[in-house]
Design a binder for this molecule. Structure first.
Ligand code: FCB
Length: 441
């Protein structure tokens, strides 16, 4: 059981659940064009069991049933994303009418159920033809992304409750171009620096494009990991501070302060694109809210080697199926720090929080007490922050249902609803029932 109910939160506090297009829709359906995730997944060794998103949860055909589940749980809103390659198979030029029709139907289906549509424009499936042109390394992506923004929001923007251009800039750039864990699987410091800057420039251009369409309630969604030094030596503290700058502060600083942290310029400056200092007018295009995605913390130690010369070490706390430590205090600390250092009075939303577990269905039921406990602990920290005056106005659970967890394939289950990936049957888990009860009170 959850110990908190809806009535424990401020009036109008919004509860939602989140998904993303490539992870659930089934990219093989409806005339979508190839993306860099298809190529990445087709390359041996990149994805567990060489799985991909071609069928995923077949949400493309089953979205009505899935939205019924969102509504029946009592959620106020649904955070979803629009696939660029579904809307524009070449990434530029002629849109795919079937793709536009799909998001149109999806939007109306949310509204019919009383759900507020909260869109993310880009949740990672870059059209392959744009990846072929250098993807996030190419400055032209800002214009391509602004064009995509106009096409999709020209169709559904009139009915969106809120929109954020890009999900988790750190994952789009560092995880995918420096660590190489996600598509396009690069490990290149220069590509990383360029992607980091261009992703923010693209964010700004997209916000401007939506303002041009007369839209409001536009935000930005960042991911955060609390950086804990392995010990209290100055070297460990410096290593954790640099991790914090790269992961948590770089993108917030760009959008809300129009600058990059000094320590990052020291490491990446020579690789940033020429004239990067001149782009902050666009990058800081005003937003109406800030979204925080939060799952875990990392223990950071210094190591030998070139910049950034740090490494992650195993931590002592209980872990989820991802091997991520459960550290709810981090969410509280990020909510407080974001207000104090970056956003002031701007509304905040927890746009993702949740955990993976090796859930199974036994006799038609799926028992996931660890997830209930995880949600409980994190909701308590959100409430604590709200009680102390942090303008946090909503909380979205990742995720509605088990789905394609990127490089980890279908093995890691984050859903409130279990999905059998053979039959595609949906089975609400005990956590789904717990949320439903809490939202009714
Ligand atoms: C976030 C992503 C989401 C999912 C969760 C577990 O970083 O936004 O797509 O992979 O992690």
């Amino acid at each position: 059981m959850l110990t908190l109910n809806r009535s424990d939160f401020p009036k109008d506090f919004m509860f939602g659940t989140a998904t993303s297009s490539y992870q659930i829709e089934g990219h093989g359906f409806g005339g979508a064009g190839p993306t860099h995730w298809d190529s990445f997944a087709a390359t041996p060794g990149n994805v567990t069991r060489a799985e991909n998103g071609l069928r995923a949860c077949d949400h493309y055909h089953r979205f009505e049933e899935d939205l019924d589940l969102v509504a029946a749980a009592g959620f106020d809103s649904y955070r979803f994303s629009t696939s660029w390659g579904r809307v524009m198979p070449e990434g530029r030029g002629a849109p795919n009418p079937e793709g536009l029709d799909f998001y149109d139907r999806l939007t109306d289906a949310m509204l019919e159920r009383g759900l507020k549509p909260c869109a993310t424009l880009y949740h990672w499936e870059l059209p392959q033809p744009l990846a072929d042109l250098g993807g996030w390394r190419n400055r032209d992506i800002a214009g391509w992304f602004a064009d995509f923004t106009e096409v999709i929001m020209g169709r559904i923007g009139d009915r969106m409750h809120s929109v954020a251009p890009i999900n988790e800039p750190w994952c789009v750039t560092w995880l995918s171009h420096f660590l190489g864990h996600h598509a396009p699987g690069m490990r290149d410091i220069r590509a990383t620096a360029r992607a980091m800057h261009h992703v923010l420039l693209s964010h700004g251009r997209s916000i401007q494009a939506m303002r041009g369409l007369g839209m409001s309630n536009l935000g930005a969604v960042f991911n955060f990991e609390w950086a804990q030094p392995v010990d209290d030596t100055p070297e460990a503290i410096a290593a954790a501070d640099l991790y914090d700058d790269i992961y948590n502060r770089f993108f917030l600083s760009g959008v809300f302060k129009g600058e990059y942290p000094e320590r990052i310029i020291d490491g990446l400056g020579e690789h940033l694109p020429k004239g990067w200092q001149d782009d902050f007018g666009t990058i800081t295009a005003p937003v109406d809210w800030c979204g925080l995605n939060y799952y875990t913390r990392k223990i950071i130690a210094p190591c030998d080697g070139p910049w950034p010369a740090h490494t992650e070490v195993d931590g002592p706390l209980p872990k989820t199926q991802m091997g991520w430590e459960i550290y709810p205090d981090g969410l509280y600390k990020f909510l407080k720090r974001t207000v104090a250092d970056y956003t002031g009075d701007l509304p905040l939303f927890v746009t993702e929080n949740g955990m993976a577990a090796a859930d199974t269905v036994v006799d038609g039921a799926c028992f996931d007490p660890d997830r209930i406990d995880y949600i409980n602990q994190h909701l308590q920290r959100v409430k604590q922050a709200a009680d102390e005056g942090v303008p946090v106005q909503g909380y979205f659970l990742w995720s509605l249902m088990d789905n394609f967890e990127w490089a980890l394939g279908y093995e890691k289950r984050f859903g409130l609803v279990h999905v059998d990936f053979d039959s595609l049957k949906r089975t609400p888990k005990a956590s789904y029932e717990a949320i439903k009860r809490a939202l009714s009170k």
